[in-house]
Ligand binder design. Structure first.
Ligand SMILES: *Cc1c(COP(=O)(O)O)cnc(C)c1O
Length: 400
């Protein structure tokens, strides 16, 4: 099995098929090329890999379990439903896999200071934790609107020693925070490392993030083979920028397994009301990459909306766009109402409160499982835990 088989490595210009690349101002070109060089050489470095494994095991708590949801499977009927429990990773989501990986990279590159952006706050929390344990300064940019929606995560970051900077421009959400973080990076390039939180942005970030998240899929494949006699029929994950999805997909890329990504359908698929890039978007250039983007006729970026801040983003990781083109993965959406309903069912049946992001993938599975029988299985990536969403869930109840 070679890495190239499904275009697993981007080409030398950072393209996965037609998507990706490096659409940045001149000032960013050199730092990105340096990062790429450093990354390719550290990828094969024994000390780096040993340190990474050490932190994965002892700090993050890997491997995370693969959990058979017996009650839920019985209730729904059909295929056995398994959850890959990224909600049990330190700080409560898969984001820490990437944060630890990149901060280790920064450390090996001799950087002193980390800048990052965050949407749901989960990437900020993971970055704050990883910066703390690896002793680097940390500044997190966060849209003002997201700060309101995710107040507990702002507190967590500050407790762990990170500075949180409110971004008041634009729609005051993730895309504006990304722009601010990039601006900071260019200004302070010598001692600063920019830690991007999803499989997005200019090359080499989509590759780096994917590589630090692929541990999810590699573990899950091994774990399902220990308990089942055949491969799962489908592997399902929610899709914000696409990092938890590409991480779990990676393990099953060469297998006869359907790969399904679930985007946020918001309240409905009309401009401004959702974040389903593959259903409502088209190809464009956005934040350094060529990919599917939600945009109007003139190419202006559309507003997005979802109950889950982590899925609320106008662009999607380029590797996913390529997997769609190649027919290797499929992308559907689930709306707010169905995600909330799925969340409640999982809480009740299994005693697990999933993140609202993950609940989108669960909603799909609740419908899909019936089409299979009990000899078959489905794996859902439970990308994070829902403690951060409890107040949103309460408000939702109130509205009805
Ligand atoms: C950030 C986040 C997501 C979405 O990000 P991806 O890069 O698409 O994985 C999904 N689930 C949780 C819990 C998150 O925190």
């Amino acid at each position: 099995m070679t890495e190239q088989q499904f275009n697993k490595l981007p080409d030398q210009n950072g393209y996965f098929g037609k998507y990706g690349g490096r659409f940045v101002p001149d000032t960013l070109m050199e730092p990105l090329i340096q990062l790429e060089k450093n990354y390719y050489s550290l990828k094969g470095d024994e000390n780096f890999q040993r340190d990474l494994l050490h932190f994965q095991k002892t700090f993050i708590g890997r491997p995370t379990p693969l959990y058979f949801a017996e009650n839920l499977s019985r209730k729904v009927g059909g295929a056995k439903i398994y959850f890959k429990r990224e909600d049990l990773a330190h700080t409560g989501a898969h984001k820490i896999n990437n944060a630890i990986g990149q901060i280790l990279l920064a450390k090996y590159m001799g950087k002193k200071r980390i800048v990052a952006e965050t949407g749901a706050g989960q990437h900020g929390v993971a970055t704050a934790a990883a910066s703390s344990v690896l002793v680097l300064d940390c500044l997190v940019y966060m849209g003002e609107k997201d700060m309101e929606r995710q107040q507990p995560n702002v507190e967590r970051m500050r407790l762990m020693g990170a500075e949180v900077q409110a971004v008041e421009s634009g729609s005051r959400t993730l895309k504006d925070a990304v722009s601010e973080a990039m601006r900071d990076w260019v200004t302070n390039i010598d001692d600063t490392y920019y830690l991007l939180g999803s499989s997005l942005g200019p090359h080499p970030y989509p590759l780096i993030v994917r590589d630090f998240q692929k541990v999810i899929g590699i573990e899950a494949r091994k774990q399902i083979m220990e308990v089942e006699t055949q491969m799962p029929a489908e592997v399902i994950a929610c899709l914000g920028g696409g990092s938890n999805a590409i991480g779990i997909f990676y393990g099953f890329m060469e297998d006869d397994v359907k790969l399904i990504g679930i985007e946020a359908g918001g309240s409905d698929i009309s401009p401004g009301q959702h974040a389903a890039r593959f259903s409502g978007g088209r190809i464009g250039i956005f934040q350094g990459m060529k990919t599917f983007v939600l945009q109007d006729q003139e190419g202006q970026i559309e507003l997005t909306s979802s109950i889950s801040a982590g899925l609320d983003y106008a662009g999607v990781g380029p590797e996913h766009a390529n997997l769609l083109d190649k027919g290797r993965a499929n992308y559907l959406y689930v709306n707010n109402v169905d995600a909330m309903e799925a969340l409640k069912i999982l809480c009740k049946e299994e005693g697990i409160i999933p993140a609202l992001e993950s609940a989108h993938a669960i909603a799909y599975v609740l419908k899909k499982a019936k089409e299979y029988d009990r000899s078959q299985s489905l794996i859902v990536n439970l990308s994070g835990r829902g403690d951060k969403d409890v107040s949103i869930i309460q408000d939702w109840k109130f509205k009805k």
